[in-house]
Design a protein around this ligand. Structure first.
Ligand code: SF4
Length: 208
């Protein structure tokens, strides 16, 4: 059985994979530190609080009753057993979705053949990623991940969280131009959500 650090588990969701009724697994840990992160408790790597066996036991009871399962985060590609977990989910007959920002292209490449859909968080123009994630080189990782997902043929849903203090209209236009240059559609815009965000200054400036 896979070893996945599960920090949260939503048994029925209609919002994590558009058009699908899914269960959603939230993994512990993320290598990035986006100022707008609304779930900072998930960022530190650690063992999680829910056993993977418990998740699988629930899914066995829901065969035929859910469309699929979404693995989210934190950042799920931090989990070394991600591909094994996806195989276990697929063996139960579920479709599989993933939320990722793409910080680990090699692990994502292992997972891609086991995925039906990816919601990909495009943070910024690739050259400006550090401003959002706080991690040098993160834009290059995201670009590599987008290219491998494009080439895998998996359904890809790029989306961008917009905070007016972090991304300008010109930044957003550049995001879409860079996606277009890769043969990908423009990103869907997601508004910044102040709930849970640890950066109070950012929350206060959300309407700026
Ligand atoms: S990549 Fe996602 S989970 Fe990680 S810090 Fe950014 S918003 Fe939070």
């Amino acid at each position: 059985m896979a070893e996945i650090a599960v920090a949260g588990f939503v048994r029925h969701s209609t919002v994590d994979w558009p058009g699908e009724l899914v269960a959603t697994v939230f993994c512990q840990g993320c290598p990035w530190a986006c100022r707008y992160c609304h779930n900072p408790a998930l960022l530190a790597a650690g063992p999680g609080s829910i056993a993977w066996a418990e998740v699988m036991a629930f899914l066995r009871r829901r065969r035929g009753l859910l469309d699929g399962v979404v693995i989210s985060g934190g950042e799920p590609t931090l989990q070394k057993d991600l591909a094994a977990a996806l195989s276990e989910i697929r063996a139960l007959g579920f479709r599989t979705g993933l939320h990722t920002g793409g910080p680990y292209p090699a692990r994502l490449a292992q997972a891609a053949p086991l995925l039906d859909w990816v919601g990909f968080d495009v943070k910024a123009p690739f050259g400006a990623y550090d401003r959002i994630t706080g991690v040098p080189g993160s834009g290059a990782k995201a670009r590599d991940s987008l290219i491998l997902l494009r080439d895998s043929g998996v359904a890809l849903d790029p989306r961008t969280t917009v905070h007016p203090a972090l991304l300008s209209a010109a930044d957003l236009a550049r995001v879409d131009a860079e996606l277009g240059a890769l043969g990908l559609p423009p990103s869907r815009r997601q508004p910044f959500r102040a709930e849970g965000c640890a950066d109070q200054a950012l929350g206060a400036r959300a309407g700026a």
